[in-house]
Design a protein. Sequence first.
Length: 108
Amino acid sequence: MPTVTVRNLDEDTKRGLQQLGVLHGRSMEAEIRAILAAAVRTTTAEDLRAASAADSDRPGLAERIHQRFVDLHLDGELVIELPDRTTTTRPNPFDDAASADADDPAPR
């Protein structure tokens, strides 16, 4: 049987679940299983469709990204001013050591 772990459950909620379990003559774990099973049983296909429709009204990730950067576009062209490069790149100091190791046939 699958296991579900609930983290960060506040003490009042835990205490309430224990009290409900005592009231119904079962353990807190059995009470949680009963609550979850009842919630699933009473959820209809129409409820699921309504929840899915509500989610589809929200813009997707691509649309949210587009909205964030839409101000960068002028007349359909992307306009980003790049600063002039003022520094030159330095050679990697490890390039010489790596090539020396590659020429050395003896394993270490």
